[in-house]
Design a protein around this ligand. Structure first.
Ligand code: 8YV
Length: 313
């Protein structure tokens, strides 16, 4: 008998084919009435395949009494009710490490695009304004600027090591000082933001960090400051950020994540000083393939009675 898996969100095609050959897949993601499917399969589902975006909530977990493992594609698991899973002994896996490089690359891309006006300057060239109006205004260098990183985990460290050759001073904040890094630790986020020209948010999402980048922090970063967020939209007070970007109290922003994805606050569309990316930091063929493979490998290990490769709980 094949184990029965509920697909809340699909994987890459190659890995879906492997899953399809190994297990019985039920497509919640494609079901005309997903709740009816959940009710019908309630007693048969032993595993869930999902993503960081779609997650698995407490209500869904409650309706799956036989559930034993949730294999998610994505490093973030703020959309999965981890305490509810842990309480029931349900194993949760995510996909760290394999996406670190792409996410760090994206942070640097957004940083340079925001500070060197890539999108606005591209428009300036394409519209013929360069010929009509003359040279584009001067902008600001990276060397000697102050870069603050909020959350120096794997992704934060990869961002720091990419930024370092560009010559900024680097400091970070987080719950604890990292013993094996040379960057300056600043325990006080407000002090870090006041010091920094650039603040990159690379911390995890969820209740603990919700609204961490508050109006106060945004105002400390200031009119010359740049805010980059590749973490979760929930970490930033988006209303305060939009107001500050509009009024010039915050200089610029480069964003991959938002409060309401994919239907983001339309006020963001109008902001000239903001570069917007569609939560796409890990979205390369290579990385999404590796993430999908990790989902397959975690499930294989679990059903063979082996320890899973990347447990969350
Ligand atoms: C994915 C992410 O876009 O890893 C994460 O936490 O946010 C991204 O890599 C997401 O998990 C896909 O739903």
């Amino acid at each position: 008998m094949k184990s029965e898996i509920l697909v809340i969100a699909p994987n890459q095609p190659m890995q879906m084919a492997v899953l399809d050959a190994t297990y019985t897949l039920h497509r919640y993601d494609l079901a005309p009435d997903p709740q009816a499917l959940l009710t019908e399969l309630s007693d048969r589902i032993v595993a869930v395949v999902t993503t960081g975006g779609k997650g698995l909530n407490a209500d869904q977990i409650r309706q799956l009494p036989k559930l034993r493992i949730v294999a998610s594609s994505g490093v973030g698991y703020d959309t999965i009710d981890i305490p509810a899973c842990t309480e029931r002994g349900i194993v949760v896996t995510n996909t760290p490490d394999v996406l670190t490089d792409d996410v760090a690359d994206t942070a640097i891309m957004l940083l340079l695009a925001a500070r060197r006006h890539l999108v606005q300057a591209d428009r300036y060239v394409r519209s013929g304004d360069w010929g009509r109006k003359g040279p584009y205004p001067l902008l600001s260098a990276m060397r000697g600027k102050r870069l603050g990183i909020v959350g120096l985990g794997r992704i934060g460290q990869a961002i720091a090591s990419r930024a370092a050759p560009m010559g900024p001073e680097i400091a970070y904040t987080g719950r604890t000082r990292k013993p094996d890094v040379d960057y300056r630790f600043e325990p006080d986020l407000k002090k870090l933001a006041s010091w920094a020209d650039i603040l990159i948010v690379a911390t995890s999402g969820g209740a603990n960090t919700q609204g961490l980048i508050s109006a106060d922090i945004i105002s400390a970063l200031g009119p010359q400051g740049t805010l980059i967020n590749i973490a979760r939209g929930s970490v930033v007070d988006e209303t305060a950020m939009i107001a500050a970007l509009k009024s010039g109290d915050l200089g610029s922003a480069g964003l991959d994540v938002y409060w309401n994805e994919p239907n983001i606050n339309p006020a963001l569309w109008q902001l000239e000083n903001t570069v917007l990316y569609p939560h796409h930091a890990s979205a390369t063929f290579e990385t999404r393939g590796a993430m999908a493979q990790l989902v397959v490998d975690n499930l294989a290990a679990f059903f063979q009675g082996q320890p899973v490769l990347t447990p969350v709980n």
